[in-house]
Ligand binder design. Sequence first.
Ligand SMILES: [Zn+2]
Length: 329
Amino acid sequence: MVLKNNILASMDVSPFDEMQKAVDIVDDSRHPTSKVAATIYGIDQQRPYSISKTNYWPTSIEDKIGTEVSIGNSSGTIHAETACIIKAPYTKDASLCITDPFCPNCAKNIAEAGIKTIYIDHKGFAKDFAERRGHQFKKMSMQICEKAGISVYELHRKEQKLIPILEVSEAYHPYDENPVEIEAVPEADENIFKDFIAIKSQENKGRKLAVAFARDKNRRAFGITAISHPAMGYSSDKDIEEIEHPESKYSFMMEPVNRLLMAAPRNGLHIVNGLVFCSQIPTAREQVNIVGADLSSITIRNMTKARDDWAFKAMDALGKAEILSFYEL
Ligand SMILES: [Zn+2]
């Protein structure tokens, strides 16, 4: 088996070792039934990095709301795969080792973050919750990976063996119909941010839009702009049938705040707390992910608009507990 990423291979980084790091921490997960861990690894500024995370409740949610309560229609947890992406310095072309088959929401995040290879521990396919999610994994997570050009392998640690589940040609480049926009801005301050929002709102009238300011490792400031769009590689016209009729409770749509949160590490950027905007109330899952990304406030244009009632319920819960502040523009 030739490893695709030659730099990592030459640096002696092996998916078997990286998977072991995830396996070593999986029992630390506070989740009573679904204990999952993941390791993301790749190259940032010519140096290899590796980060391992379990699924977890952000401390503020665990302390102020608790682990038994849903936030709108979302759980309060951050899945291990998404946790790894949010904390990673640079996710483009990175690899991810996961103890279990991943859900469609994480598949969309992984695709948007530009990850190219996923390894799943073979033992993850034997657990009962993997069986319960098996259909969603096969029907949706794998479809999303195929479109995004992500190769997926079943990893056997003991035998040091990789069994391909999905192998994508290196020549394949996913169709990026509506990429998240990244552009340099003079400074990451509130006044420039407000002007930037006004311009982007004008350009994207009537669409659900999210904007953030972020910094790179040299503290240069950038604006990130995203609208809702189907998962990476999908076309809103050509794949309309599939997008509108998913064979599970999950959606192929990627909400704009989630796109922002994934586009930041994809581009080696760190979102500035306080400089995050959404044209309407983000979904419950987006709100929990904002908290997972260590952000504590969001500016909203239309406080009466949301995809569903769950978003308002989540806003109420996170707002009252003083976990996330919502400011009207
Ligand atoms: Zn997930």
